[in-house]
Design a protein around this ligand. Structure first.
Ligand code: GLP
Length: 240
């Protein structure tokens, strides 16, 4: 696991955007795994700038990590909406090659299997972006999730519901379930980048990078990944 400590949110975003751009340049038909939340917002902004300066996204395929159960693409807090708003509508990506789990699927189990199959059919993920929850979650794989699990339906931890309430009118509106790529799905990506910014992530980053590999801290599994890079700002790295 390579750890890169940078000054702040902007330098974290610049570093990761450069790595993603490098991947797209080396392999224009890359399969990217994408994350949501506040952490990757700067990366997406910079990728939009790369596109404005000529970067071509037309041959990419993307798979998002997760989606809330019960929120459709028209809901402003859905990850479909987020991706469209922050990246897809601003670059020349082929909408038919962007995949996000369907949180409105009538049969959620079938949706999980369908999603996992789509990833396999695309040849697997070349580069997976990840944020980290304050409890160490990646995607929506909460503490306690077995490492061998593929895309699955998740009951969100109380702490995650509290953390994400800031995006909703009230905490009661935060969905309690999500569909998430599993740890196994994430670990099968050829390369992963975990990003973290700010002091609120310092404990989770410390546990993920320096602690034991344990299901109690889902991100700690990345210590076992052959090509994992952690890009953190000084505040998030303060305990390392
Ligand atoms: C969310 C997402 C994760 C994200 C994490 C951190 O619940 N499911 O993919 O990495 O929590 O979010 P943020 O970047 O807003 O701190």
């Amino acid at each position: 696991m390579k750890v890169v400590v940078v000054a702040n949110f902007d330098s974290m975003s610049a570093e990761v955007a450069k790595m993603v751009f490098g991947q797209i340049t080396r392999k224009p038909n890359s399969v990217l795994g994408l994350a949501t939340g506040s952490t990757p917002l700067g990366v997406y902004e910079l990728l939009v700038e790369y596109h404005a300066r000529g970067a071509d996204f037309s041959r990419l395929t993307t798979f998002n990590l997760d989606e809330y159960v019960g929120l459709g693409p028209d809901h402003p807090q859905s990850y479909h909406w987020y991706m469209n708003e922050n990246l897809f509508s601003k670059v020349n990506i082929n909408p038919e090659r962007t995949f996000i789990p369907d949180g409105l699927a009538p049969d959620l189990e079938a949706e999980c299997q369908r999603y996992e199959k789509l990833i396999q059919q695309a040849g697997g993920i070349d580069l997976q972006l990840l944020g980290i929850g304050t409890n160490g979650h990646i995607g929506f794989n909460e503490p306690g999730t077995e490492f061998g699990i593929e895309t699955h339906v998740v009951d969100l931890a109380e702490s995650t519901i509290r953390d994400n309430a800031r995006f909703f009118e009230s905490i009661d509106e935060v969905p309690t379930r999500a569909i998430s790529m599993g740890i196994k799905t994430i670990m099968q990506a050829k390369e992963v980048i975990l990003m973290a910014s700010g002091g609120s992530k310092a404990d989770a980053v410390y546990a993920a990078v320096r602690g034991p590999v344990t299901t109690a801290v889902p991100a700690s599994v990345l210590q076992l990944h052959p090509f994992a890079t952690v890009v953190v700002d000084q505040a998030a790295a303060s305990r390392l």
